[in-house]
Design a protein around this ligand. Structure first.
Ligand SMILES: Nc1nc2c(ncn2[C@@H]2O[C@H](COP(=O)(O)OP(=O)(O)OP(=O)(O)O)[C@@H](O)[C@H]2O)c(=O)[nH]1
Ligand SMILES: [Mg+2]
Ligand SMILES: [Zn+2]
Length: 285
């Protein structure tokens, strides 16, 4: 449920939480238990030990979580303004790992979110606006994590913890203004923690700063086209079998962008990501 400074908090079927250390052998194998892991533990009077980690359905490096059904990407419409290339990297990374991405635009009380929401709905990704101030979208938010394991992600200060508090005021999570004095903004949430809510699990995570994106997980160029759900119905229809969909003659995807069937900002992100990995070889992976 939670990991901090080498302690792992494990919830057993009866709901009891046990503070554990990880068995030494995990450190030797360079395996770290992650929030969301299914594990076996052994306990005596003084302490608990994680003895086994079950095979993971998937795992992420940032946020560090395992076995996700959905990744809920939060971006505020203002303070700070959305960064579409980063949202698109996160949605692609989720799809690449068989995790359903959901794109939520927060602080909708500050500015109109509909233009952004449209882009993602058109791309076949669940998207809507929320405001923890007015309550807009909070009901919808509650429904997305019903019977699934989810994690929140997004820049620091976009209101992740505030939304969870609006969903369930009993959580009373710490939230705070972004401090410009510290330059990179202050992270209010410092650890990843999973909460059991409305029949599902949702992890609050520390926000990232844009700098964190320099070493995000790589998606191989062959796989990238499959990480944009709105490309699916055009794949295989381009003039050239080897089409990379970056502006070639007879490219159906580029045509769909021109026709307005595929949002232009999504294709721009695709081209940028393609450019970043085009010289990267599978054996380097
Ligand atoms: N206007 C407005 N402000 C909001 C809303 N939600 C959160 N805020 C403000 O945004 C600031 C950051 O909120 P947090 O919930 O701490 O943000 P966070 O994403 O959890 O930040 P980290 O834990 O650092 O990653 C606080 O000052 C909140 O009051 C909203 O819906 N509307
Ligand atoms: Mg927070
Ligand atoms: Zn093409």
């Amino acid at each position: 449920m939670k990991s901090t400074a080498g302690f792992y908090y494990v919830r057993s079927e009866d709901g009891e939480i046990t503070e554990c250390r990880a068995r030494g052998v995990f450190r030797k194998q360079k395996i770290t238990p992650l929030v969301g892991d299914k594990v076996s533990i052994e306990t005596d009077e003084t302490r608990g030990t994680v003895t086994d980690i079950y095979e993971r359905k998937n795992s992420l490096i940032r946020p560090p979580v395992a076995n996700l059904d959905k990744l809920i990407i939060i971006s505020s419409v203002a303070e700070p303004a959305p960064n579409l290339p980063i949202i698109d990297k996160l949605t692609a990374m989720a799809v690449d790992k068989n995790i359903e991405p959901v794109v939520v635009f927060s602080k909708s009380d500050l500015s109109d979110a509909s233009g952004y929401v449209d882009i993602y709905q058109k791309a076949g990704i669940e998207s809507f606006a929320v405001s923890s101030k007015t309550g807009e979208g909070i009901e919808k938010f509650r429904n997305i994590f019903e019977s699934s394991v989810c994690a929140l992600t997004g820049n620091t200060g976009v209101g992740k913890s505030s939304i969870l508090n609006a969903v369930d005021p009993d959580l009373a999570l710490a939230t705070a203004h972004i401090s410009n004095k510290l330059g990179r903004g202050r992270h209010t949430t410092r650890t990843v923690e999973l909460y059991e809510l409305f029949g599902g699990y949702i992890a609050d995570t520390p926000g990232f700063s844009s700098l964190d994106f320099e070493n995000i997980e790589i998606i191989l160029k062959e796989n990238l086209q499959f990480c944009f759900p709105e490309f699916d119905k055009y794949i295989g229809q381009c003039k050239f079998v080897s089409c990379a969909h970056i502006g070639e003659k007879g490219c159906r995807i580029c045509e769909a962008v021109k026709n307005g069937e595929i949002p232009e900002s999504r294709h721009e992100s695709y081209k940028m990501m393609y450019d970043e990995v085009k010289d990267y070889k599978e054996w380097e992976h």
